[in-house]
Design a binder for this molecule. Sequence first.
Ligand code: BGC
Length: 767
Amino acid sequence: MKSTKILILSLLMLFSYTISAQQKPTASDQKMKVFIDGLMKKMTIDEKIGQLNLCGAGDITTGQTASSDIGKKLREGKVGAILNLKSVEKIRDVQKVAVEESRLKIPLLFGMDVIHGYETTFPIPLALSCSWDMSLIEKTARIAATEASADGICWTFSPMVDIARDPRWGRIAEGAGEDTYLGSQVARAMVKGYQGNDLTKNNTIMACVKHFAMYGAAEAGRDYNTTDMSRLRMFNEYLPPYKAAFDAGAGSAMTSFNELDGLPATANKWLMTDLLRKQWGFNGFVVTDFTAINEMIEHGMGDLQTVSALALKAGTDMDMVGEGYLTTLKKSLKEGKITEAYINQACRRILEAKYKLGLFDDPYRYCDANRAKTEIGTEEHMKAAREAATQTFVLLKNENQLLPLQKKGKIALVGPLADNIYNMAGMWSVAVDHNQSITVLQGLKNTVGNQAEIVYAKGSNFVDDPQLDLNINNTIIPTIDSLRTSQQLRDEAVAIASKSDVIIAALGEAAEMSGECTSRTNIQIPENQRELLKALLATGKPVVLLLFTGRPLDLSWESKNVPAILNVWFGGTQTGNAIADVVFGKVNPSGKITATFPQNIGQVPIYYNHKNTGRPIDAGKGGWFTKFLSNYVDVSNEPLYPFGYGLSYTTFSYSDLKLDKQKVSSAGKLTVSVTLTNTGKYDGSEVAQLYIRDMVGSITRPVKELKGFQKIFLKAGESRTLNFTITPADLAFYNSDLQFKSEPGDFKVFVGTNSASGLEAGFELIK
Ligand code: BGC
């Protein structure tokens, strides 16, 4: 009986391997298979299980690895990979124990959260997406890979491609925002940047697509919370960025913490095997998120042995830190709860990753101390970080062209983010050296030299509530001023501000107010900072708000009362210099938001590509509220700032929208052209956006969907004709049978400066 079961299972697995392989194995695949077959023949079951174990770096110190607890495990072959260990010396030292003192000398993978740069830190991912510049995003990932690999890392836990529409969720900062199309492009660019086209090169690293899947839809925006959604929404809105990253060749995936369909993702066979491998043909390996196997005990799935077996059988290959696999799989095997085939499958996938990275040829491939000295934090990388940051800032408001400022007179710089090295790089800056960060104060001083006087006051704490301060700064240091009261801080600021010509207020979130486990139920800038802002405005001097944030905020008050708002997110190591470039007009801002800013938190989740409902507010045609239509009685349905919004120091106009045909066949292509003119006084870049609407479908369709964009630089007064191509895939969607198809009928197309405005035309899709 048992052997029949095993036979069936093996046949099934062979079948699934055949499907997932899709393309014929190449000669190099064959070579890899022969090598790994040979190696696995020599491995004991303990050694195989050891490969599935990802160990935390703990307190590994150079020179002492061999005598540490981890050294013992390494020698016994109980570790497959190490998490977040920094420095080439330490990594070489640990690798040495694995490849010189363990029986089979299998090299380790060294993984790290290289999320937005390594020591040279780039803007946080949400900010990078606001550049809408895929070659720039790819370049940031390329530099991150160069630096990380120079320091011993061969695997990054990035890109994070979770679609997020809820700014309460702090991890919205880690992704590319709310849009499927843009998110897919960013996912591709990042994978290309990390992996290049040859993973065996010593300056490329393996990407890990996370968090698979649907993590961005956590209920109530509370981190780790339940996710529940229809297959239609998954396939049309949430899954495409993951798929794009895998199609770009990403070598690994990370499970998400959330449950889906009543199963934690880590034990969700539909996700990890049926969809990922059988349907999408993914042939890399899957690692859990941090202790995600153990957490299934709390989810209510059983004890550690049970949940470990569930995860393995679902298709999860490596256990991050929790040691559920290490401590229970052998027992489960003995008790017949799993088969060796499952262990073999996971082990093989991990060994394949090591093979693909070239570690069997040279386990020290990424351990070149000379590279670590010469390729990290170089002038060229810092220059790239500065340029990248300038492209991510979003000008939300600029009354009377207050910005750019002139380099003259006295400029008061105020706020808890004005001179704070710890809060420039942003969340998930694991490898950053904060001492390298350029603060706003430094950046402004570097730029104005002696042309203007910069005076500084802190003005306020991040927050005045000690508990909140603790909650948002748990990885850094307490920030509440112990010497001055809030009133004293404010008075000091007002004193210098009232004697200045212009005030720059650097306010908003602390770096650790976004990222993992930073959900907020109030997304305004903290009350004490608002008080400071009011006091500054009361001086009657012009105020520029430099807004630091890792999420869309409720800026209803600021948008009415502050003349200029430049959203700088968290700009990475070069933040201060980049801010100075934009504030003084060396660079004209061109960022556009990729997640909607709501009027207030009650509108959340709010996103531009929503459905129409049977009672859309437009049907009322009578203002923002109509009884018995889909709206709120207290605020309109409009966001404060729509997806795709962002101003420039210049102005742009769109004219002459043309389609090359009125009817397009389902295999044909449509060209949409438009004239873009820089109608203002400054040279600048505009992100021209194309949206479509499928007017009638077999299922309801969104009111708008982004299907193209171009970032164009135009000199003042210059015009250019832009051509967009709409392909058959752009018109297709997953229907009720989850088939990806387009349907004949009428479409609208919109081209403009953001998702809420644009020129409009129509066409028909015919069979
Ligand atoms: C996060 C992951 C991260 C991992 C390793 C987890 O808590 O959810 O995104 O890659 O830790 O640091």
